[in-house]
Design a protein around this ligand. Structure first.
Ligand code: 5RP
Length: 225
């Protein structure tokens, strides 16, 4: 199977996982990226069986609306049952690196409000140690150089993602060459740098379930301590 076919397979597996939990009042949190897009497209079939979605990006919100699925403001929904999103990396504790699509801050906010976070990813995203994928950090524009210097002190090699402005009006630094052995600690440290809005480590709030698309089929993984 190609990578795109694996993404389709995990999206369908997520639909299978979610559909049994849906009621007319259900709100589903929706992530961002090509795997999340596969899930959005698959969800259409069930659009009359739940209330609507909250979205982690303008792009996903637009796609949902095009499909006739209502998108709610997170402030009006409160906590909700389930969030489905992709990842750039996942480890055996289901800690993630996210933000390849620059939506990390809203993704983290939506994940924080979900009782269950279902991550969907093809096998290329599976790692023992996070850090192969450059870690995205969303930064207030005027703090970009300051934050970059602080990230160098943490052992990283930050690169400004040129031409990208997040949905929140900020910029992204992609931090290369990190070997992330203590993801929770690093997540906190980076969050404490003045000027950082959010970083792409999802370790303090990891996924609860990972549907991992392998050539041999979709595996359902829960966090291993
Ligand atoms: C966007 C994300 C995505 O979930 C991540 O980049 C994976 O994307 P894709 O499903 O296209 O591989 O974090 O900010």
């Amino acid at each position: 199977m190609t990578q795109d076919e694996l993404k389709q397979a995990v999206a369908l597996a997520a639909l299978d996982y979610v559909k049994h939990k849906l009621t007319r009042d259900s709100v589903i949190g929706i992530g961002t990226g090509s795997t999340a897009n596969c899930f959005i497209d698959a969800l259409v079939k069930y659009r009359d069986e739940f209330r609507g979605c909250v979205s982690s990006s303008e792009a996903s919100a637009e796609r949902l609306r095009r499909h006739g699925i209502e998108v709610f403001d997170l402030n009006s929904t409160g906590t909700f049952d389930i969030y489905v999103d992709g990842a750039d990396e996942a480890n055996p504790r289901l800690e993630l690196v996210k933000g390849g699509g620059a939506a990390l801050t809203r993704e983290k906010i939506v994940a924080a409000c979900a009782r269950e976070f279902v991550c969907i990813a093809d096998e290329s995203k599976w790692v023992e140690t996070l850090g192969r994928f450059p870690l995205p950090v969303e930064v207030i524009p005027m703090a970009r150089s300051h934050v970059a210097r602080e990230l160098v002190k943490l052992g990283g090699d930050p690169v400004y993602r040129t031409g990208v402005v997040t949905d929140n009006g900020n910029v992204i630094l992609d931090v290369h060459h990190l070997h992330i052995t203590s993801p929770r600690l690093l997540e906190e440290k980076i969050n404490n740098i003045t000027g950082v809005v959010c970083n792409g480590l999802f370790a303090l709030r990891p996924a609860d379930v990972l549907l991992l698309g392998r050539q041999s089929g979709v595996e359902t993984l829960r966090a291993r301590d």
